[in-house]
Design a protein around this ligand. Structure first.
Ligand code: HEM
Length: 217
């Protein structure tokens, strides 16, 4: 579970870096999207790898919950949480919401099912004097995030992702056996900072596109 979580955090860092290209403008974002589209081996290896890692993470997460419940078949008479935080108790719930978010996100930006008209947008480019067109991913994101309900959904999804990661990244170190009286508090704080920086980085994208801050790019 910890290893699959670590790989997923790696994917999120890479995906955030790709997303932040919106701040460099339409050309940078569309160059990146075009590079991915023109590298099918890379794209499909990453897609299949990600799907497998996600499946492992999901199944081990469910198993972990079942095992910890099975360890105490009779519920406690009085429920008290001495050391567990609210984030740790809601890992399964926040994880499930992130999964639903991801399915919606794939339907939105990868399959173009949520707003098909934005998905068709193209950009004209001239290379060596020859004009051609390519998918306008920047335009698709800009048009998509003019809908307030979509912005709200993405922001909500990212807040739940932040909650999931703020506990997940810290417990990842514990699962890997990295625990030390002196360093653990520092690891936990750094994990929370990383989790909320990731969530905030993603949130900046729809909010900036909605606010008109990037429109002229
Ligand atoms: C505000 C947050 C996010 C934005 C604006 C965003 C944006 C995008 C865009 C524009 C694409 C399509 C790229 C292209 O067609 O070239 C994409 C694909 C994708 N995103 Fe995100 N993303 C966000 C958050 C996330 C999160 C949190 C996850 C994972 C939990 C995620 C997972 C994916 C995956 C798996 C793909 C599919 C890549 C493929 O085509 O194979 N995204 N995202």
């Amino acid at each position: 579970m910890a290893l699959s979580g670590l790989l997923l955090v790696g994917f999120l860092l890479g995906h955030l870096a790709g997303n932040l290209l919106v701040f460099k403008g339409r050309q940078a974002m569309n160059d990146y999207a075009e590079f991915l589209k023109n590298s099918p081996e890379l794209l499909w290896t990453a897609r299949i790898g990600l799907l497998l890692i996600f499946a492992v993470h999901l199944l081990t997460g469910i198993r972990l919950q079942l095992v910890s419940r099975g360890a105490r078949p009779v519920a406690y008479h009085k429920k008290g949480h001495l050391v567990s935080s609210s984030a740790s108790r809601s890992m399964l719930l926040t994880g499930a919401v992130v999964l639903v978010y991801l399915l919606f996100h794939l339907a939105h930006f990868t399959l173009g099912l949520v707003s098909p008209e934005d998905f068709q947008l193209t950009e004209q480019v001239i290379r060596d004097g020859v004009a051609s067109s390519r998918p306008d991913v920047y335009g698709m994101m800009l048009a998509g995030f003019q809908h307030d309900w979509l912005v709200a959904l993405y922001v909500l999804g990212m807040i739940l992702l932040g909650m999931h990661l703020s506990h997940g990244i810290a417990s990842l170190f514990q699962s890997l056996g990295i625990r030390h009286a002196r360093y653990t508090p520092m690891i936990e704080i750094s994990a929370k900072i990383l989790a909320w920086l990731l969530a905030a980085g993603f949130i900046m994208v729809p909010l900036s596109l909605r606010s008109g801050l990037l429109e002229a790019a």
